[in-house]
Design a protein around this ligand. Structure first.
Ligand code: URA
Length: 442
């Protein structure tokens, strides 16, 4: 059925004055921005700003998500046997959970079709991390994606241009018009892409805190509820975990350093905080996919899959299927390596415990080293990064190592070191630790 024709200015005025848009008006907008004909960029940005100020009802948000999803190809994986469950994170520093979770979930019986993003600003992106592995290809066609899913059980690729073209256009307009931080628009942007992947259900990691997109827990909660509601409206079960992102996840941030830490997790030697978030999210996926009867059962299966090497085996198979060198699993030296290591040590007056490791400042340290991206077109240096990062609650005294910086340029190393020194704070008494996984929204 074709969408009736409207005048864009009428839709803009309606939203500007606080009205609720109809399904047809929203479809006209999504189609108009995708085909570039009936909604000019200046009209689309005016409407985005009106939505920013006036908001959208849950029904409008669900319609917008659906219209954006249908602006391009919707992948149909219904002929692939098994439960297809994905995970999406709103992003943070050191968040390498996808690299561990996807093979782990497959080893426990799920299929994981994952379309991921690149890093922007202080947060890293899964695709950039995977590309640190020599030969690993993330720009695969939908038929290649499907074939790898069938053979290996998981595939991790970039967004193809045919999937949700409306978001590509709208996100690029929002990025330069001050309309990114708007919950209905974020919700429609994320959920349209996830629902177009052909999944049966979805687990969301909605992060809040210093290093997250959402700084305040209340905002993260509102976004999580909106995304779960939109999933339900689209007929897909969605669960969201709210997780704290005040300090980086794990002890590594960057690309090579995060790939190494992920493989260590798959070998059963991962840091406790990273494993806690990974198990919490993968556990919810197993519950949604009908592979576990409760959280304790999910945990038993996941621990066994790590202990027996089953999850590591899937990771190796995914590397082979996507053109990556599987030797990476046994020999980290094949990854891009930085010229020099620089240990950052606690100052002479340091005493007591670590009270803060500011994730945002650690993200700035990565940017300073050349391992981040200020603009979408920037190239990242995979070799640089942070390793051995100290965690909140650990004991310190003069000269304790705070982290090891992997650097390719001494002057950039000096800048990164000063960010780390600003990030890490000390306190005489052991600090109270905030729980990492805080709420489940379903
Ligand atoms: N990530 C997305 O994909 N879209 C947004 O709007 C914000 C974060």
């Amino acid at each position: 059925m074709s969408t009736p024709t409207f005048f864009p200015q009428d839709i803009i005025i309606k939203k500007r004055d606080g009205g609720a848009l109809t399904k047809d008006e929203i479809e006209f907008f999504a189609r108009g921005v995708s085909d570039g004909k009936s909604f000019a960029d200046y009209q689309a940005t005016a409407l985005l700003m009106a939505i920013f100020w006036r908001g959208m009802t849950p029904q409008e948000t669900a319609w917008l998500t659906d219209a954006m999803m249908r602006s391009g190809d919707v992948i149909d994986l219904s002929d692939l046997p098994g439960a297809k469950v994905d995970k999406h994170s709103t992003g943070g520093v050191g968040d390498k959970v996808s690299l561990i979770l996807a093979p782990l979930a497959v080893a426990c019986g799920l299929k994981v079709p994952m379309m991921s993003g690149r890093g922007l600003g202080h947060t890293g992106g899964t695709l950039d991390k995977l590309e640190a592995i020599p030969g690993f290809k993330v720009n695969l066609s939908v038929p290649e994606f499907r074939a790898i899913l069938q053979k290996v059980g998981c595939a991790m690729i970039g967004q193809t241009p045919q999937v949700v073209p409306a978001d590509k256009k709208l996100y690029s307009l929002r990025d330069v018009t001050g309309t990114v931080e708007c919950i209905p628009l974020i919700c429609a942007s994320i959920m349209s892409k996830k629902l177009a992947e052909g999944i049966d259900s979805l687990v969301l990691d909605v992060k809040f805190g210093r290093g997250a997109f959402m700084k305040k827990k209340e905002d993260a909660l509102t976004l999580a509820r909106a995304m779960v509601a939109v999933g339900k409206a689209g007929g897909k079960p969605v669960r969201a975990l709210l997780t704290a992102m005040n300090q980086p996840l794990g002890r590594a941030a960057g690309h090579t350093t995060e790939v190494i830490e992920s493989i260590e997790c798959l070998k059963g030697r991962g840091p406790a905080d990273l494993m806690e978030v990974t198990y919490a999210l993968t556990g919810q996926m197993l519950l949604l996919g009908g592979k576990a009867k409760d959280e304790a059962d999910a945990r038993r299966q996941m621990e066994a899959a790590i202990a027996k090497g089953a999850a590591l085996k899937v990771f190796r198979e995914m590397c082979i299927a996507q053109g990556g060198d599987p030797k990476v699993v046994d020999d980290y030296k094949i990854l891009p390596t930085a010229k020099r290591l620089l240990e950052v040590k606690a100052p002479a007056d340091a005493q007591g415990f670590v009270s803060e490791v500011d994730a945002l400042k650690c993200g700035h340290a990565i940017m300073a080293l050349g391992g981040g991206r200020a603009a979408v077109t920037d190239k990242v240096d995979h070799a640089v990064g942070i390793a051995d990062l100290i965690k909140i609650g650990e004991k310190v005294s003069a000269g304790t190592r705070l982290c090891t910086l992997h650097i390719n340029d001494d002057s950039k190393g000096v800048r990164a070191e000063s960010f780390i020194r600003e990030a890490v704070k000390f306190t005489p008494a052991a600090p109270k630790q905030e729980p990492l996984v805080q709420d489940l929204i379903q």
